[in-house]
Design a protein around this ligand. Structure first.
Ligand code: PEP
Ligand code: CO
Length: 449
């Protein structure tokens, strides 16, 4: 692949929302020139494979599980943190695959999720106003004037942290750790003795028995030994995404090689903006977040711009309406998109429409609201005969206290104990597993005929 062609540079003249105000443009340029010379992090063929998998999701033959941090941090690029996240996703995927008997496409919000859109450019604490934290890719989380200055060298650290994380992910998923015979080892310490952990253990024992049975029959397919796992992030900082865009030597077309799937956030999906233009040029599978104010016409216009050829698996809509609104707002979108003859993958993000401030000042979400939005999403699709294609969640493998509720209940007073997210609150490992079991029950419910 080479990056000398500029067939994907047309976004540069257009308004780009949520971009950092880099204080030194030549310094940015020298960083992006350097980035453009680095090797790709993912390969075009892998992106095509994910596109095929998402085509199955759109057709109703598979389910997408997409999850990870709201904002990854450079400090958390440790083997333990990455392994905990992967284990959580693998446990959830096993629950869904086993209980609902449906192939699960596994995608992390991982190895690139370092930049954040913000509702305000500044943050004020005790009378002091500084630029908002925009993710480790841009500035520091510390509330000091020095830390909050955007520094383009952070984009290089983003590349390095993404590369190290992806390397771990590839090692864990292909090197035996994700072997189905390891189902028990994914269920460790603080989860294992929770009700969800115990429920998981029962399921893992059943899987064990089934594996032994198949083994005794002489059946031992490769699929049991490795896991197909893909990386995704919000493609927010276009200078970075463009620097990692390469022309695929097989097809002569541009691919973003910073992640298999990139998505456009709710705040940057302006039809005439730079993000839509850039995304229209790359050949990766892509997704767009749709919030509660999205009109059906906007959804149709997004399809025309981003998937003019109606390519299976190309476009996923990640809807994040809020538990209160999903049943009212989603039907019109699904109906009009279906009536237009387009098949997109519909995925539910039950997190971003359900954030509120706890009395302690922490940003939080209620587990029951998350579950309720997922239920509403399924109800709408079942009523319309379309496919509820997946969920997109913010989670961590660690024992944090950021969202309230769940089987091992977290209350407002617990939030201060281990609130570690630098941005939105994530489900912890137990809450994630709880959600997987409840989701499996929803998926098993009979469709109305
Ligand atoms: C996110 O996914 O962290 C995010 C900012 O979501 P949205 O664009 O849907 O608000
Ligand atoms: Co978030």
């Amino acid at each position: 692949m080479d990056s000398s062609e500029s067939s994907f540079d047309s976004w540069r003249g257009l308004p780009a929302a949520q971009q950092p105000q880099w204080p030194d443009p030549p310094a940015l340029r020298s960083v992006t020139d350097e980035l453009a010379s680095y090797p790709p992090l993912v390969f075009a063929g892998e992106c095509d494979l994910l596109k095929d998998r998402l085509a199955a999701v759109a057709r109703g033959e598979a389910f997408l599980l997409q999850g990870g941090d709201c904002a990854e941090t450079f400090a958390a690029t440790s083997a333990e943190a990455v392994r905990n996240k992967l284990e959580t996703l693998l446990q959830m995927a096993v629950v869904l695959t086993y209980a609902a008997s449906v192939p699960v496409v596994k995608v992390g919000r991982i190895a690139g999720q370092y930049s954040k859109p913000r509702s305000s450019n500044t943050e004020t604490r005790e009378g002091v106003t500084l630029p908002a934290y925009r993710g480790d890719a841009v500035n520091g989380f510390d509330f000091t004037p020095e830390a909050r200055i955007p520094d383009p060298r952070r984009l290089q650290r983003m590349y390095q942290a993404s590369a190290a994380t992806l390397n771990l992910v590839r090692g864990f998923t292909a090197g035996g750790y994700a072997d189905l015979r390891q189902v028990h080892t994914w269920n460790q310490d603080f989860v294992a003795d929770s009700p969800a952990g115990e429920r998981y253990e029962i399921l893992a024992r059943e899987i064990d028995r089934a594996l032994h049975f198949m083994n005794a029959c002489g059946v031992d397919p490769d699929e049991f030994h490795t896991v197909e796992f893909f990386a995704s992030h919000e493609g927010l900082i276009l200078d970075y995404e463009a620097a990692l865009t390469r022309i695929d030597s097989r097809t002569g077309t541009p691919y973003n090689t910073s992640g298999h799937l990139v998505w456009i956030g709710e705040r940057t999906r302006d039809l005439d903006g730079a993000h839509i233009e850039y995304f229209s040029k790359i050949r990766n599978p892509i997704a767009v977040k749709l919030g509660p104010t999205t009109s059906a016409d906007t959804a149709l216009a997004l399809i025309d711009k981003l998937d003019p050829d109606r390519e299976p698996g190309r476009l996923t809509f990640i809807v994040r309406m809020g538990a209160e609104k999903v049943r009212d707002v989603l039907p019109a979108l699904v109906e009009k998109v279906t009536a237009s003859g387009t098949t997109v993958a519909w995925v539910c993000d039950p997190m971003h429409g359900n954030t509120f401030e706890a009395p302690s000042g922490h940003k939080t979400r209620r587990f029951d609201d998350v579950l309720n939005e997922v239920k509403g999403f399924f109800e709408v699709h079942r009523a319309l005969g379309s496919h509820p294609g997946g969920i997109h969640v913010e989670l961590t493998g660690d024992d944090v206290t950021e969202c309230v509720g769940g089987g091992t209940e977290i209350v407002f007073d617990d939030l201060a104990n281990r609130y570690e997210s630098t941005c939105d609150p994530r489900l912890n490992r137990r809450q994630s597993l709880d959600l997987a079991f409840l989701l499996a029950e929803i998926m098993q419910e009979k469709h109305p005929t």
